[in-house]
Design a protein around this ligand. Sequence first.
Ligand SMILES: Nc1nc2c(ncn2[C@@H]2O[C@H](COP(=O)(O)OP(=O)(O)OP(=O)(O)O)[C@@H](O)[C@H]2O)c(=O)[nH]1
Ligand SMILES: [Mg+2]
Length: 220
Amino acid sequence: MVQVNMETHLLGANELLARRNRQLFKDHKVLVINLMSSPGSGKTTILERTIEALGGQLRLGVIEGDLYTDQDAQRIEKKGVKVIQINTEGACHLDAAMVGKAYGQLPTDKMDLMVIENVGNLVCPAEFDLGEDFTAVVISTTEGNDKLRKYPLIFRQAKAVLLNKMDLLPYTDFNLERFKNDLDQINPSATVFMVSGRTGEGIENWTRWVFEEVKRKNPF
Ligand SMILES: Nc1nc2c(ncn2[C@@H]2O[C@H](COP(=O)(O)OP(=O)(O)OP(=O)(O)O)[C@@H](O)[C@H]2O)c(=O)[nH]1
Ligand SMILES: [Mg+2]
């Protein structure tokens, strides 16, 4: 009897499409960030602050992944940025096929930076390469210190880790020392940003770094 391991099969097919996306992003000289976190950590809020900071200097595009609604896409549209909504209809992550299709609806040869906001989840999105240049993971001070150790894969792969809701730090038991130690164990090369989407703290450091990454991919 022939047994097909569906998970391996799906991931293999995804890998091929991710490679195709990556080549397209390279051809079009667009830096692509896959932004991930638990639900409610602040991905959309950080994206709004990022657009406010970089919108005047870079040509931006956004792909919004959501289970059912277009609420986040509406928030991004209000910032004057072209956004394509993907509803996964219950799937807990985006995949490379969905992103390839959505990307085709954006002005592909007229973008410097595209951010993909993935579905809020710390497990499934980590397993699906979308063809991005790198992943950035948001964790917030209200989520507790155990998340890095409980969900190490998503943090291990990240080029940037944003600790959000720094304004709430005094009201939580989140321990910065422990966060740094855990991240050092899991992914010592991650670049860390302590930010608040609410007050704007740390956002300039993050957006300056993103700007440098864009220039590195496409010196203009
Ligand atoms: N106090 C505080 N609240 C924040 C901060 N960033 C985001 N929030 C709030 O946290 C809630 C969730 O923020 P979102 O940006 O929608 O989070 P998200 O990660 O995009 O959520 P999903 O798309 O549902 O996964 C909202 O009520 C935000 O106003 C922050 O830095 N400080
Ligand atoms: Mg969101």
